[in-house]
Design a protein around this ligand. Structure first.
Ligand SMILES: Cc1cc2nc3c(=O)[nH]c(=O)nc-3n(C[C@H](O)[C@H](O)[C@H](O)COP(=O)(O)O)c2cc1C
Length: 228
């Protein structure tokens, strides 16, 4: 699978986990892809806690169900109705969770490149996650990012040392298929924006003309969707 194919077929997965558990060799390959990400000051501020104990997965799934219910209660009636069928996690179905953490102290007091923009540290962790996500896609695995949790609950579950932060819980496992359209779009929650709306020229207030690349494709191998 080439990089553009991985980018266009990658999906956030909740419903399509096959029930098999990822084998150790593939898990290690996607973790090594994550670990190859760029990072501010070469700090590599990430760690990956792999969770496969069914009791731990069940405990986290129960916590997430509570957070999902809280969110549902906060919605106006029409949005609550749209949200109702949307599954927001595949924690037990995937068989494996990876908690990705951030250590702001890694790299010592003089992090090259982070002295003016503090968030570059966390952004580096996001890049590791994206590497993992694309590598998993190329491996025939699905990944679902879960953020319906209270960070303290995850801290307790994985016994995270003070000073480190939880960035993400990723569900990862073999899949039966990958959807071609994101769930949130399929269920009418929110659709993707056209690329031309996101590209600006010289100043933010100048919208890009979409015509320069014709169909707006990012690569000949990219399959535009209806919303492109
Ligand atoms: C930071 C972040 C947090 C997310 N949290 C959740 C989540 O808690 N539950 C969920 O179902 N999807 C979550 N997602 C997945 C997004 O809903 C998904 O990426 C988006 O709808 C686009 O779909 P796609 O990834 O399949 O292209 C998250 C994605 C990101 C990047």
């Amino acid at each position: 699978m080439d990089i553009y194919e991985a980018i266009s077929s990658r999906r956030d997965v909740r419903n399509e986990f096959s029930g098999d558990v990822v084998d150790e060799a593939r898990l290690w390959r996607v973790l090594s892809a994550a670990h190859a990400a760029p990072s501010v000051g070469n700090t590599q501020p990430w760690d990956f806690v792999v969770i496969q104990d069914p009791a731990h997965l069940a405990a986290f799934a129960e916590h997430v169900a509570g957070c999902r219910a809280d969110f549902a209660r906060s919605l106006p009636a029409d949005r609550a109705q749209t949200f109702d069928p949307i599954v927001v996690e595949g924690i037990e179905q995937s068989g494996t969770g990876i908690v990705v953490t951030y250590d702001a102290d890694r790299g010592g007091p003089h992090v090259l490149g982070r002295h003016t923009v503090e968030e570059t540290g966390r952004l580096s962790v996001g890049l590791a996650i994206q590497n993992l996500w694309l590598a998993a896609t190329a491996e025939g695995l699905g990944v679902g990012w879960v953020s319906f949790y209270r960070p303290d609950a995850v801290r307790r579950l994985i016994d995270l040392p003070r000073g480190l932060d939880v960035v993400a819980w990723l569900c990862i496992g073999p899949v039966t298929q990958l959807q071609t359209v994101p769930d949130l779009e399929r269920f009418g929650w929110r659709s993707r924006r056209p690329l031309a709306d996101a590209v600006h020229r010289e100043t933010f207030t100048t919208q890009s003309a979409s015509a320069s690349h014709g169909d707006g494709a990012v690569h000949p191998g990219y399959v535009p969707t209806e919303s492109d």
